[in-house]
Design a protein around this ligand. Structure first.
Ligand SMILES: Cc1cc2nc3c(=O)[nH]c(=O)nc-3n(C[C@H](O)[C@H](O)[C@H](O)COP(=O)(O)OP(=O)(O)OC[C@H]3O[C@@H](n4cnc5c(N)ncnc54)[C@H](O)[C@@H]3O)c2cc1C
Length: 392
């Protein structure tokens, strides 16, 4: 039996970061995941402010950014019009590259076990993990970072509660385009009947990436049309998008991902702390799932685990301190609230919701006026000219 202080189950975003942070602190760590390298997956593909903040506090930001594509000045268009150019810096990075980038930072002292955890047995002192191979690992603390693969939690009396099934549907593909006048565009849905929250275009190392976040069911006729003819279906749902983007051509496979909102109940058990999607999922529309996973891990490994390991035992009271962490609870609450509100504000058909959406548009225009931002030069003869606010 392998003996260690901390066993991390799952080497995705949260688990790999936890292994890097604790390994660098000299903690004895075993990391368990069936895959030697993270496979390509359609998940978070941007490093935004909140992600960067946690990565910086975890001490890895400068080592991760070189693998990402930097872009600035995000164009925001609402209701078919360009409304704002946000002077922000973000980074595009494919999810597999993001996770593998963090995995490369894991110190060699961390034992990486390529297997799957089948079951756990918990006590206030030591925990036993049984792998599919039948091998066992003994640890003082387990960090559960299994993302959506959290089935085994049921067997330790934790319950995965479904808050909203198929809450949203995300669609992503690589694309080719003619000279876009922006680095990145966020274009909000034009009409609630189209059920589109927004589409975002931004650069990845492989080229232009297009992600659309919608509230369709998987068997919706529009989704069937999208599978056959993606750009036609997108033009149907966002008729005025082409004014800003010109003609886009799909390159490669169109990935379609339904997302359920799920939270784990009865999580405060002896010897195990859950982070990221294993604790609760977020809607991709909110852009908060990865920031939650990173903040969970940063707080756990910078604050709580060092405290826990410095005294004997690992009872449920110790673990509960992590779930009460004010930064974690605020981040979780923000994520859930944004996930639920975004759907209501996109689909709301009443005059009040319509006023809310126009208010957002006016707010975006107002920010531009107040802060005197300059728009980049438009290409000559571009249909984009007609989208410019009058003062520019
Ligand atoms: C389409 C889409 C778009 C998104 N966009 C954004 C965004 O823009 N911004 C944002 O902040 N968030 C976004 N998210 C959410 C974000 O990607 C996730 O919240 C985040 O990746 C979760 O990371 P994690 O470490 O918890 O899980 P994962 O990265 O999924 O890691 C789980 C790991 O556990 C391993 N595992 C599973 N079961 C076992 C087992 N039994 N034993 C051992 N290992 C196991 C798996 O192999 C995997 O490596 C998006 C999600 C989706 C689906």
């Amino acid at each position: 039996m392998v003996e260690t202080d901390v066993a991390i189950v799952g080497a995705g975003l949260a688990g790999s970061l936890a292994a890097t942070m604790l390994g660098r602190r000299g903690v004895s760590v075993a990391l368990i995941d069936p895959f030697e390298h993270a496979r390509p997956d359609f998940r978070c593909e941007k490093i935004e402010d909140r992600h960067a903040d946690s990565l910086a506090k975890a001490g890895v930001l400068d080592e991760i950014l070189p693998a990402a594509r930097r872009y600035e000045n995000v164009w925001v268009a609402r209701l078919g019009r360009l409304a704002e150019i946000k002077p922000i810096v973000e980074y595009g990075i494919a999810y597999g590259d993001f996770v593998n980038g963090i995995r490369r930072l894991i110190p060699s002292e961390v034992v990486f076990v390529h297997n799957k955890v089948a079951s756990l047995s918990l006590t206030p002192e030591r925990q036993t993990l049984t792998l599919l191979s039948g091998d066992q690992i003994s640890a003082r603390l387990i960090i559960g970072a299994t993302g959506l693969g959290a089935g085994f939690l049921d067997r330790i009396d934790m319950h995965r509660r479904e808050i909203s099934k198929c809450h949203s549907l995300s669609i992503g593909f690589d694309a080719d385009s003619e000279n876009l006048p922006f680095d990145s565009l966020t274009y909000f849905g034009e009409d609630p009947s189209h059920r589109v929250a927004y589409i975002t275009l931004f650069p990845l190392a492989s080229g232009l990436r297009v992600n659309i976040f919608t509230y369709h069911d998987l068997d919706d006729p529009w989704v069937r049309r999208l599978r056959i003819s993606p750009m036609e279906a997108i033009a149907e749902a966002l008729p005025r998008l082409e004014r800003l983007t010109g003609r886009l051509r799909v390159r490669g496979a169109v990935k379609i991902r339904p997302v359920d909102l799920i939270a784990t109940e009865n999580a405060a058990q002896p010897g195990i702390a859950l982070v990221g999607d294993a604790f609760s999922t977020a809607c991709p529309v909110s852009g908060t799932g990865a920031s939650k996973a990173l903040l969970d891990t940063e707080r756990l490994c910078n604050v709580h685990v060092p405290n826990w390991l410095s005294t004997p035992g690992m009872d449920a009271d110790k673990i509960a301190a992590f779930y009460r962490d004010p930064l974690k609870t605020a981040c979780d609450a923000h994520s859930l609230k944004t996930s639920l509100f975004a759907k209501r504000s996109t689909l709301g058909q009443t005059a009040l919701w319509s006023a809310f959406r126009w208010g957002c548009y006016a707010g975006s225009l107002g920010r531009n006026l107040v802060e005197h931002r300059r728009f980049p030069r438009m290409p000559a003869n571009s249909a984009l000219q007609s989208e410019m606010p009058a003062n520019h």
